[in-house]
Design a protein. Structure first.
Length: 266
């Protein structure tokens, strides 16, 4: 498995667990961390034994955004990591899920601060669970900056426009309860249990047919900007072939025989 000194990559059954691992810097995004994230998204897509991905942070926090000092300095951005960025100037946007969408479901397990770039990465995930003391927010305007990680496009598509604009234009912090109320996250759990809750959700996904899961995710995203008529046509094109797979037949047999299906990705 891939990884860098700032990203821990582990397997929990069919789930790839990515842990941002700079707790001393509130898991701020360094170049080694971004390179590790991008490589891990590619690894998850390429490995058919991976059925879901959980993204979390070490030390009781998720991510406090970009570490501008580390990215600009000669230390963490030196050598191989700098060469990777030169070879692919888009790498950091792919790592942050701005210019890359994994085909496997991505579940965010949030504890502590998930602000600025942390909230921007969050918008690239599919399912989100947070500890009750988690804090969210897009602080960029308070510093005279622009949330260029995709938030001015994505946020108003994911939550009501009035809430999106308030978050973007005030730069204020949001509690986990408020983030759930406006739809930024899906569920609030006791502090320290977000990862367990995310892994539980991942296990439920892993028990489903992988071809069906990936097709459903793809359909949701590819039809988002379509008219209803266009979307329904695209859904049929995406969904019909699933009924012809061996996994679909296995699912029906398992249901009839009252047993757990054995999906083979066929």
């Amino acid at each position: 498995m891939s990884g860098t000194e700032h990203l821990t990559v582990e397997r929990e059954g069919a789930t790839l667990v990515l842990t941002l691992n700079r707790p001393e810097a509130k898991n701020a995004l360094s170049l080694p961390l971004l390179v590790g994230l991008y490589d891990s998204w590619l690894e998850a897509d390429a490995d058919d034994t991976v059925r879901s991905v959980v993204l979390t942070g070490a030390g009781g926090t998720f991510c406090s955004g970009m570490d501008l000092k580390a990215l600009a300095g000669d230390g963490l951005a030196a050598g191989t990591y700098r060469e990777r960025l030169r070879a692919d100037p888009d790498l950091h946007w792919k790592a942050m899920l701005r210019h890359h969408r994994p085909r496997k479901p991505v579940i965010a397990a949030v504890e502590g601060h998930c602000v600025a770039g942390g909230t921007e990465i969050l918008q690239g995930t599919d399912i989100r669970v947070a500890g009750q003391s988690a804090v969210f927010g897009l602080y960029e305007v308070r510093r005279g900056l622009f949330p260029i990680g995709g938030s001015t496009v994505r946020l108003a598509r994911q939550i009501p426009r009035t809430h999106a604009l308030e978050m973007l234009l005030t730069g204020r912090p949001y509690s986990a309860e408020e983030a759930a109320r406006i739809g930024l996250i899906g569920r609030v759990v006791a502090d320290g249990t977000a990862l367990d809750a995310a892994l539980e959700t991942a296990e439920r996904i892993n028990a489903c047919g992988p071809l069906a899961v990936e097709a459903v995710k793809a359909s949701v995203y590819e039809t988002a900007a379509m008219t209803e008529e266009e979307g329904l046509a695209a859904e049929l094109k995406r969904g019909r072939p699933i009924f012809d797979t061996a996994d679909a037949k296995e699912g029906a047999r398992a249901f009839a025989q009252k047993r757990t299906p054995r999906f083979r990705r066929e």
